[in-house]
Design a binder for this molecule. Structure first.
Ligand code: S3P
Length: 179
């Protein structure tokens, strides 16, 4: 089993990637990087503006470029945007040094956590719950390509991060057995 050099959190909007990620990073003394934040910093404008001004397809190109670069960095916990890992085959193609973890969330809890839909253009329509259900159903099989999954609905961020740190610990002790 190869050594884990980075952790990639995937899952739907509101699954807790950017809340849990920094806690996991702290536990490992690694850095946390969020795809959306990196895009906003590089572009000097918000995700909402990128969608409004240039459309989703352009956002997806920026997202892919940022993901490729972050997925080469060591000792980092990455919070992906909810759409990046929704492309079938993407998670399966990652290097064994990347531990991908799917943070599972129901559409109802996702929406309660995602708060004002203003920051999430895909949920800003007339029927956010219907849209969350539709998107999640469509994306789940791609998210399920992650190497591990953790339920988040009734769990605190500390609890979820503890579960992820335990996964890493287990992986590390398995890789030292017999080596
Ligand atoms: C998106 C999720 C958002 C952001 C963009 C599109 C998606 O990120 O990248 O609004 O397609 O699910 P979060 O999952 O961090 O909210």
């Amino acid at each position: 089993m190869s050594e884990i050099r980075r952790i990639l959190l995937v899952g739907f909007m509101g699954s807790g990637k950017s809340t849990v990620g920094p806690l996991v990073a702290e536990g490992l003394s690694w850095r946390f990087e969020d795809f959306d934040e990196r895009i906003e910093r590089e572009e000097g404008r918000s995700i909402r503006r990128i969608f409004a001004e240039d459309g989703e397809a352009h956002f997806r190109e920026l997202e892919d470029r940022v993901a490729r670069s972050l997925l080469e960095e060591p000792e980092v916990v990455l919070g992906s945007g909810g759409g990046w890992a929704a492309v079938p085959g993407r998670l399966r193609a990652l290097s064994p040094a990347t531990l991908s973890v799917w943070l599972r969330v129901s559409p109802e809890v996702a929406l309660a956590r995602a708060g004002s839909a203003g920051d999430r253009p895909l949920l800003a329509g007339r029927d956010p719950l219907g849209e969350a259900r539709r998107l999640l159903a469509k994306r789940s099989s791609a998210y399920a390509e992650a190497r591990a999954e953790v339920d988040t609905d009734r769990r605190s961020p500390i609890d979820v991060s503890g579960a992820i740190l335990a996964l890493v610990e287990r992986h590390r002790s398995n890789s030292t057995v017999g080596s």
